[in-house]
Unconditional design. Structure first.
Length: 92
């Protein structure tokens, strides 16, 4: 999250995490767990304060197993368990 507008839209107390603009590109399964205007604060036990942090956390996780994602939604932090096999990494 990088702007006051994004922070205001989510109700967060500071500009941290990764703001989710849309999940349309990720297919229907991930949309069951992540929504537009969520802010990702952690993944697989790692704090997420930037997109680079999120990429590193995903790269270091066993994506075949369920992973916990900490998100900020509806004015509070929530833990969401993402089932294994939903998140896929494309390495170029």
């Amino acid at each position: 999250m990088e702007t006051l507008g994004e922070r205001s839209a989510t109700g967060m107390d500071s500009e941290r995490g990764v703001y989710v603009v849309s999940v349309a590109a990720y297919g229907t399964e991930l949309r069951d767990y992540l929504a537009s205007n969520d802010v990702i604060l952690g993944f697989a036990g790692k704090p997420v304060n930037s997109l680079e942090d999120l990429y590193k956390a995903i790269a270091g996780a066993d994506l075949k197993k369920p992973q916990q994602m900490i998100i900020f939604r509806t004015q509070k932090e929530n833990a969401v368990i993402i089932p294994g096999g939903i998140i896929h990494v494309n390495i170029r």
